[in-house]
Design a protein around this ligand. Structure first.
Ligand code: NAD
Length: 322
């Protein structure tokens, strides 16, 4: 294995220490920053995320409020809750936890969030600012990628601006929450940014783009999508994917479910172990890349700290506007 493994937990610890100092300064200036999560109905993933937000708020000493509406709450009731959070001085940042039930429109709820409290950059006005190169709240996961990349480059003694200008970067995934805003953050650093997605793969063109990349960021949600032959020798690879898989006890193949036999050898998987993996086939890519983020312990470890950083920015903004 040749790659340097970029330690997301260590970066998260460094950022946390910076945030603790910034929080003390904000408190001294009279602010009391806090996050409110907004959940409608029950969803396992959203519930897990809510737990993680509550935990890091507790660890950092940030205020935390959980707003949870029943699955049959009307869209008007959800918007009314957002408006009450907009008006609440104890809430610096509002985090809608999706999915919402089908009758509650994502865009109606997001449009009702005060853009100055939109700490994960969902609101069109903040996405617009990001597009214009003036991000107020860079969205948490793409910001985590940039933070890891920039700290890695500095640790190698390289100038971040010079290195990224004109660099060949390939983003795999074009979702509104990860791939697209990440591509914008990279474009804002003047990287030559190629965005690929499932339709690139469907045409058999993924490898053509990924093999050119000196910096490859993968956010597809497909285990082992990026095999060793898709990566350029010496590339820096950031793996955003988080996939829960089942490892076949006989042949080691990663499967999606315990319910079916192993897709490779047909073994029974009912007693098999679960594992969390990214989108990168770790060992073969680590053998070729210069640096690689692990899963878990890579991008995901830093994401929450970016959300906390945005919440402090929001609190500062609200203090200035008082
Ligand atoms: P999404 O499902 O909204 O988007 C997936 C993207 O991947 C799409 O652009 C799609 O076109 C592309 N894609 C799918 N299959 C592909 C293929 N075969 N080849 C090329 N591209 C393909 O997902 P998302 O919300 O953007 O999340 C992506 C992954 O990142 C997921 O695994 C998710 O769990 C993870 N994630 C991690 C963090 C973190 O903090 N580390 C945060 C958010 C999401």
């Amino acid at each position: 294995m040749g790659a340097k493994i970029i330690d997301g937990k260590a970066v998260a610890d460094e950022v946390r220490a910076e945030l603790v100092r910034a929080l003390e300064e904000l408190r001294a200036a009279g602010a009391e920053p806090g996050i409110a999560t907004l959940m409608v109905g029950e969803d396992f993933g959203a519930g897990m995320y809510r737990g993680a937000v509550e935990k890091f708020c507790g660890e950092l000493g940030l205020g935390y409020r959980s707003e949870a509406l029943p699955a049959d709450a009307t869209e008007e009731a959800v918007v009314a809750t957002v408006k009450s959070l907009n008006a609440d001085a104890a809430v610096s940042g509002i985090l809608p936890l999706r999915p919402f039930p089908a009758h509650v429109s994502d865009s109606v709820v997001i449009d009702s969030i005060d853009p100055d409290k939109d700490v994960d950059c969902f609101h069109p006005s903040n996405m617009g600012r990001l597009t214009l190169g003036e991000p107020t709240f860079p969205p948490a996961t793409p910001a985590a990628c940039m933070e890891l990349l920039e700290r890695y480059l500095r640790s190698e003694g390289r100038d971040v601006t010079d290195t990224l200008e004109g660099a060949e970067v390939c983003v795999v995934g074009h979702s509104n929450t990860v791939g697209k805003p990440l591509a914008l953050l990279l474009l804002n650093r003047n990287a030559t940014t190629t965005v690929t997605h499932v339709y690139t793969s469907n045409r058999g063109n993924l490898a053509k783009h990924t093999r050119l990349a000196d910096y490859l960021v993968v956010a597809a949600g497909v285990p082992q999508l990026i095999t060793g032959d898709l990566v350029k020798e010496g590339a820096v690879v950031l793996d955003v994917g988080i996939n829960r898989v089942v490892v076949c006890p006989v042949c080691g193949t990663l499967n999606r479910s315990k319910k079916n036999p192993c897709k490779q050898c047909g073994a029974d998987l009912s007693e098999a172990q679960n594992k969390t993996v990214g989108d990168v086939d770790f060992e073969p890519v680590a053998a070729k890349a210069a640096a690689l983020t692990p899963v878990p312990g890579g991008v995901g470890a830093v994401t929450n700290m970016m959300l906390a950083r945005n919440t402090l920015r929001a609190a500062r903004l609200q203090l200035e506007r008082k």
